[in-house]
Design a protein around this ligand. Structure first.
Ligand SMILES: [Zn+2]
Length: 629
């Protein structure tokens, strides 16, 4: 009986098993204008000069870049995404409630200013020192000049800590004039996410955020959770206080704060902040004006939907009955106890539903792509604007949940040893009668509006032969039409970036370099891990190395060994290696990562060993092709 009931429920959930595409969603309710009200509430004005510049004169942020969003949606942009982009691009200073202000639209995230007795407590600092300073200048202009007395990082992502040095100096921190507060594990998480896989993630992030797309109705219109990432100086001011448990309280400049630690949700190190005297709750990036990513398309370790939902359940239990306003690290606040209770429950339930139903169907034998094509949120959750997939999507999140439990393998033995995609595609194209026939079928699919199939066919042609220009053009058109339909800003960006690469080749990455502050704060073992993944076995051959490295500036010693074409290391080793060298860590890194002989005059000992090691490393191919390989 139970089994039959389960089967009936599955049928109701899945609809017809034969349907080829996901059931058309009802879409959000355009008559629901609550987010428009919330996004406009408390507006006090914005900056006169739209542009923030870096020291070298390049534009870090341009407040006028999204002026084209005025007016009704064009045919080239999904109407719901257009509305979301309009709201996210509103910029300026907003009063959230007495004692709490936000600067929004100055970067991808928000900076929140809480009035203390003598100065400002700033929650989150934007991505760049330049945009953070612009935000602080606006606050000073509108609300009067006051010092920043504390900085709080809600979590370990750079759009929330990168601007810190635009607000305060190291001297202020060292003198005890400024406290820097962060969740437990912040530093390790902040510096580790992009180290080992940084090159690949950086290339893919340019797709996700549409970095090289023009901004406009035919190009980048938003990133769904915010508009874009600013292009300024990323800094990292290490915390002076770590929050280590939920319920921990602190008084900062006369303001009472209570913390809820939420590790393993949107970031490995994250926390919510409750302000009991203001009945206000900061939900960091644990709650948003969009569905978030469980697996960000740029690439990262998969997140845990269940943990995320469980932490929001704890939020409701701890603060649900004593919160009048909720504000977040992205987008606009929400006002009123009933509104907040409804939001927290339905937003939590979106993640919980995706988790529970994905796992249920997985246990029935369905694979990630099958579940992604069939599962939709219940209408009561799906129609809420904050549950729409402007950033993360149901389709992607479902596959992320499958991946978290089961990995990439779907248990079909044909996928144990898959063919190389180029080989597989060439064989399919030949079997289907050759490129001309496949292109004709792709064109017919495109004319019939079947963009996913047109894309599948044209992609086979391009993968089999990257020089097939008619196939590249057709695939670009299929991507552009899917971009126009996409409700997800980042799906739109990825389709358009793919089309751009098909039409004009790979956009060069403009030689981005890692932030100096970030490298300076990265623990040495992580940097040695990075060297290990740059070791080129062809260059090493049968050679070996046994080297003691001393960094006097950090009072550190490591033994680095290369043997069997593998690099290993050991901290504070016993005895002595075959050779030894002592030099400042920065000089060692410059020699290894930049290939410069930066150790000249700074190193003592066997510098020839350094040169040998550097010669075995190969820098990553940052500007690799994506859609033609
Ligand atoms: Zn963020």
């Amino acid at each position: 009986m139970k089994r039959i009931a389960g089967a009936l429920a599955a049928l109701a959930l899945l609809g017809s098993a034969a349907s080829a595409a996901p059931a058309p969603a009802a879409g959000p309710d355009f008559a629901d204008r609550q987010d428009i009200d919330f996004a406009n509430r408390g507006f006090l004005g914005s900056r006169t000069d739209p542009r923030s510049l870096a020291a070298d004169g390049h534009v870090v942020w341009d407040l006028s870049a999204y002026g084209f969003l005025d007016g009704p949606p064009p045919g080239s942009v999904n109407p719901a995404l257009w509305r979301q982009a309009q709201l996210l691009s509103k910029h300026g200073l907003f009063k959230v409630r007495d004692g709490v202000w936000q600067v929004r639209g100055f970067d991808i995230a928000n900076a929140t200013f809480i009035a203390g007795k003598t100065g400002w407590i700033v929650i989150d600092t934007l991505t760049s020192a330049e945009t953070a300073k612009a935000a602080y200048d606006l606050v000073s202009e509108k609300l009067g000049a006051r010092p920043v007395v504390a900085v709080i990082y809600t979590h370990s992502h750079a759009d929330h800590f990168g601007g810190a040095r635009g607000l305060v100096s190291q001297a202020d921190v060292d003198a005890g004039r400024v406290q820097v507060i962060a969740p437990a594990g912040f530093m390790e998480a902040a510096v580790s996410e992009n180290v080992i896989a940084g090159a690949a993630m950086g290339r893919r992030a340019a797709y996700q955020f549409g970095t090289f797309l023009p901004k406009g109705p035919s190009g980048q219109v938003s990133s769904g959770i915010g508009q874009a990432i600013s292009a300024g100086t990323q800094t990292l001011l290490p915390p002076t206080i770590e929050v280590i448990r939920t319920g921990q309280q602190m008084v900062v400049d006369g303001v009472r704060l209570e913390f809820q630690l939420t590790p393993g949700t949107e970031a490995p190190s994250e926390m919510n902040i409750y302000l009991p005297d203001l009945q206000a709750l900061c939900l960091a990036e644990n709650a948003n004006a969009t569905l978030h990513n469980l697996l960000t398309p740029r690439g990262a370790v998969v997140r845990d939907a269940k943990q995320w939902a469980d932490e929001l359940t704890e939020t409701i239990r701890l603060y649900g009955d004593r919160t009048d306003v909720v504000f977040t690290s992205h987008a606009w606040p929400r006002f009123g106890r009933a509104v907040i209770a409804d939001y927290l429950e339905k937003h939590r339930d979106a993640y919980k539903y995706l988790h529970d139903q994905t796992v249920r169907l997985m246990n029935d034998g369905l694979t990630g792509p099958e579940i992604a094509n069939r599962l939709t949120l219940p209408a009561v959750l799906d129609r809420e604007w904050y549950n729409r997939g402007f950033y993360g999507t149901v389709s992607f999140n479902v596959r992320a949940i499958y991946q978290r439990y089961m990995g990439f393998y779907d248990a079909n033995p044909v996928h144990l040893a898959p063919l190389e995609p180029a080989d597989e595609s060439a064989r399919y194209v030949a079997l289907m009668g050759g490129p001309a026939k496949v292109l004709a079928a792709a064109r017919a699919a495109y004319e019939a509006g079947d963009d996913r199939w047109a894309g599948e066919l044209a992609n086979r042609l391009v993968i089999a032969d990257a020089g097939d220009q008619p196939a590249r053009d057709l695939l670009a058109r299929a991507y552009e039409r899917q971009a126009a339909a996409a409700e997800s800003a980042i799906w739109r960006n990825m389709y358009l970036a793919g089309a751009q690469e098909l039409r004009s080749g790979v956009a060069p990455s403009r030689g981005q370099t890692a932030s100096l502050d970030l490298v300076r704060n990265t623990p040495t073992p992580m940097l040695l891990d990075l060297l290990a993944v740059r070791l080129d076995p062809e260059k090493v051959g049968d050679a070996a190395l046994d080297l003691d490295l001393t960094f006097p500036d950090r009072r550190e010693r490591f033994r680095v060994a290369v043997k069997h074409r593998v690099l290993t290391y050991e901290a504070e080793p016993k005895g002595a290696a075959a050779s030894a060298v002592s030099l400042p860590r920065a000089a060692f890194l410059a020699t290894m990562l930049a290939g410069a002989a930066a150790h000249a005059g700074l190193a003592q000992g066997d510098t020839a060993a350094l040169t040998r090691l550097a010669g075995w490393l190969t820098p990553p191919q940052r500007d690799f092709p994506i859609v033609t390989r």
